[in-house]
Design a protein around this ligand. Structure first.
Ligand code: AHM
Ligand code: MG
Length: 339
């Protein structure tokens, strides 16, 4: 008899199977993705205990083991850095939590072929209210030849991405990633601590009808965005309008819901912050790669996000992502309103 569990494909199995499609691959990317998955599981464990941590001792106080409690985003940052440094496949990291590039010069990391840009815990202001948060990661091939990685290795456009993905710590924990051959999602089975393929070949549904934007900033939005919001609220059953409005305020969670249910995410530039809030290198580019691989699009309103050459590590860009036709509509309205 075939045990039902024998049909499960684990993340590790899946990545190894894919590796055979690259005849020269030596397993470095497989190991790197495993390092990320391992760190994610540990971060997941801490997030699940967040309420308990508050009871046992908050930030700055000692917990029962006498250790000082760290804020979860600092903890997540340290966990991913430690895993990537120990894994030896990554020679440098750019993180939302660190102003400068973190370079590794230990015996094996300086031989690592890859660099990683990450937001270790995105949407962390949502932790205390038990709302879904996430980790975002991007993997690039290094440009420098050898030695510890450099800032130049990280300042690459999304078009150079080898892989990108996110982990959503939600009602279940999922890891979703792409290497440019579609998007696949893996759900963590907490009983055994293994990510299992649960969402193969993810694509935006044709019936998309959600828009996600922080409408509280309405008065600061550009004219084209104001017009788009009005468009979303108009009645036209053929295009599933009026759309429904959903906004969590946690990019990974908003993006993930929109990918599954069908919707557009918008974080525009405003009169106060013309480049918006979200960071190109470790928030927008990795999500753009996933969106495109899922049959969608990601734009600044005037430019393809994947094509932007980053100038600085923490550069921000306006961000519109979702099914192609939805993003094309906002692009058209932005164009029309500036002509
Ligand atoms: P963070 O990196 O400081 O957590 O901020 C990024 C988060 C995103 O997850 C989310 O899309 C956005 O900030 C929400 O911003 P706002 O509260 O302005 O709507
Ligand atoms: Mg963030």
């Amino acid at each position: 008899m075939v045990h039902p569990r024998s049909k499960i494909t684990t993340l590790t199995e899946f990545v190894i199977q894919r590796q055979y499609e690259y005849p020269h691959a030596k397993g470095a990317l497989t190991r790197l993705l495993n390092d990320i998955a391992t760190a994610a599981k540990i971060v997941n464990r801490e997030i699940n205990a967040a309420g308990l941590v508050d009871i046992l001792g908050t930030v700055g106080k000692e917990n029962v083991q006498g250790e000082t409690q760290k804020k979860l985003d600092v903890f997540a940052n340290e966990m991913f850095i430690t895993a990537l440094k120990g894994g030896g496949e990554c020679c440098a990291i750019a993180s939302e939590e660190n102003e400068k590039v973190i370079t590794f010069s230990n015996d094996f990391s300086h031989l690592g072929k890859y660099v990683v840009a990450m937001d270790p815990l995105d949407g962390s202001s949502n932790i205390e209210s038990n709302v879904s948060i996430g980790t975002i990661f991007s993997i690039y091939r290094r440009i420098s030849e050898i030695g510890s990685g450099t800032q130049e290795d990280l300042l690459q456009p999304g078009l150079n991405l080898v892989a990108s993905g996110y982990v959503i710590y939600g009602s279940s924990t999922m890891l979703v990633y792409t290497t440019g051959k579609g998007v696949n999602g893996f759900t963590l089975d907490p009983s055994v601590g293994i990510f299992c393929l649960s969402h193969p070949d993810m694509k935006y549904p044709d019936t998309a009808n959600i828009y996600s934007i922080n409408e509280g900033n309405y008065i600061y939005f550009p004219e084209g965005v104001k017009q788009y919001i009005k468009y979303c609220q108009e009645s036209d059953p053929e295009s599933f309008r009026p759309y429904t409005s959903r906004y969590i305020g946690s990019l990974v969670a908003d993006f993930h819901r929109n990918l599954i249910k069908g919707g557009i995410f918008l974080y525009p530039g405003t009169t106060k912050n013309p480049n918006g809030k979200l960071r190109l290198l470790y928030e927008c580019s990795p999500m753009a790669f996933i969106a495109e691989q899922a049959g969608g699009k990601a734009s600044t309103g005037t430019q393809r996000v994947m094509a932007i050459q980053p100038e600085t590590l923490h550069q921000r860009v306006p961000f519109y992502t979702g099914p192609k036709w939805m993003v094309e509509k906002i692009e058209a309205l932005i164009k029309g309103s500036t002509e």
